[in-house]
Design a protein around this ligand. Structure first.
Ligand code: NDP
Ligand code: GDR
Length: 380
């Protein structure tokens, strides 16, 4: 039996030390100790999302035991990580539910907690502002409280001895209406959506718990990062999927909103490595992660259509309903601190990224056509 299995079994059976056979207790603690030396444990919220899947793969490759927090009954998105399922463990929980987070941490006893769970599509935050605030903002507080409760951190014990390290998925959306370009760790926030406001709360409450309870908590202020696993509602994936379908004769036109919006786009596989590095430092700190290179949505469209030798102007039209009530016009990262302290650097250019996504969607859509079964977009 693995240390992990012994651990779970004892917890599930609610064995207490004085109830258990002393031999079992000794074996249990020896196995658990051995397990701890052999590998660290990480708990990931948002494991069914783009970043969760890449981070899980990265941590497994580093020898971690990886647990994913899964919400809802029979969550359909769990099938997205089915290829990793034999290497992962899962625990039920929801960022809306404090008790479930305490139970999850108590069961898993992670060394590192990566809080990636969120409603991440910005336009949804105008339609369901309260829900987004609850999950993306208050959800961070609930997880911090769960860590404080389970690891016994209190104001009077500000010696950093709490074992669990915490990563919060902060966002460049917090910069919003930018005060300076490029944006660094010291740039002031001016969020432009309920999503950005909720993320700013999550950012500051993480910093506050670090300063109040000496928790090892950090926020990665990540700029847009994409991949073939990106949800189909985000602009890069919407474009790559449309290009594949147009090329294969399955779609005629592509409706978009603001083509002039400028973003600093990188590859998700690079960015999850920065998340991990942030939790390996001696001192906790917040870091900006991005490429430092700006492109417009128009650039993304042009590169994607060029990849299949089509002229984008023949297919793209503007739908005013897709223009946001308050737009973030331009974002560009100054990741100097991460490059120096974490030795982190992006490895994929924007052109390579868009081409990678178009090629992946051409393969996926062709497969779907071949098998006569149009799978849901984003089913990877
Ligand atoms: P995705 O939208 O792909 O994934 C979001 C994840 O959050 C899903 O696994 C979803 O699970 C989970 N989730 C949603 N609601 C809850 C809840 N109530 N409790 C627990 N989990 C929940 O996002 P990404 O992977 O792209 O992003 C990961 C994180 O990084 C997010 O917090 C996002 O806001 C942030 N971020 C992303 C950037 C990017 O460019 N990708 C840039 C900066 C920050 P379910 O299957 O249950 O729906
Ligand atoms: P963003 O990503 O809002 O930056 O948030 P998204 O890809 O949705 O939009 C990027 C820019 O493209 C413009 N745009 C369109 N966007 C979408 N989705 N659909 C369109 O048709 C369209 N036309 C133009 C948008 O106006 C915007 O300016 C992402 C998410 O991953 C967040 O969770 C994360 O915090 C930030 O990146 C950093």
């Amino acid at each position: 039996m693995t240390p992990q299995a012994v651990d779970c079994e004892c917890r599930f059976r609610r064995l207490t030390l004085d109830q258990a056979d002393p031999t079992v207790v000794v074996v249990f603690f020896r196995l658990r100790w051995k397990g701890r030396i052999m590998s660290k444990r990480a708990l990931i919220t948002g494991i069914t999302g783009q970043d969760g899947s890449y981070l899980a793969e990265h941590l497994l490759a580093q020898g971690y035991q990886v647990w994913g927090l899964i919400r809802g009954q029979a969550n359909p998105r769990k099938s997205r990580i089915s290829r990793l399922a034999s290497d992962l463990s899962f625990v039920d929980g929801d960022l809306m539910d404090q008790t479930s987070l305490v139970s999850a941490l108590d069961l898993v006893q992670p060394d590192e907690v990566y809080n990636l769970g969120a409603i991440s599509f910005v336009p949804m935050s105008w339609q369901q502002a309260e829900l987004v605030t609850e999950i993306n903002g208050a959800g961070v507080l609930r997880m911090l409280e769960a860590i404080r409760i389970v690891s016994g951190l209190s104001q009077s014990r500000a010696d950093g001895s709490g074992r669990m390290r915490f990563y919060q998925a902060s966002s460049s959306e917090m910069f919003g209406k930018v005060a300076e370009t490029p944006q660094s760790e010291t740039t002031r926030f001016h969020p432009r959506s309920p999503y950005g406001v909720a993320k700013a709360y999550g950012h500051f409450i993480t910093r506050n718990y670090r300063e109040s309870f000496d928790l090892y908590g950090v926020s990665g202020i990540l700029f847009n990062h994409e991949s073939p696993r990106r949800g189909a509602e985000f602009v890069t994936r919407k474009i790559s999927l449309a290009v594949a379908q147009i090329k294969l004769g399955l779609q005629d036109k592509l409706a978009l909103g603001n083509l002039d919006a400028v973003r600093d786009w990188g590859f998700a596989g690079d960015y999850v490595k920065a998340m991990h590095l942030m939790l390996q430092q001696d001192e906790p700190a917040d870091y900006v992660i991005g490429t430092g290179v700006m492109h417009s949505v128009r650039d993304a469209v042009r590169i994607a259509f060029d990849a299949v030798d089509l002229n984008w102007q023949d297919y793209v039209y503007i739908d005013p309903a897709l223009v946001r009530p308050a737009e973030v016009e331009t974002l560009c990262a100054d990741s100097g601190m991460a490059r120096a302290a974490l030795d982190w650097a992006p490895t994929v250019t924007f052109e390579e990224l868009m081409r990678m996504m178009v090629e992946a969607d051409l393969r996926q859509v062709s497969r779907e056509v071949q098998y006569g079964d149009l799978l849901l977009a984003g089913n990877w």
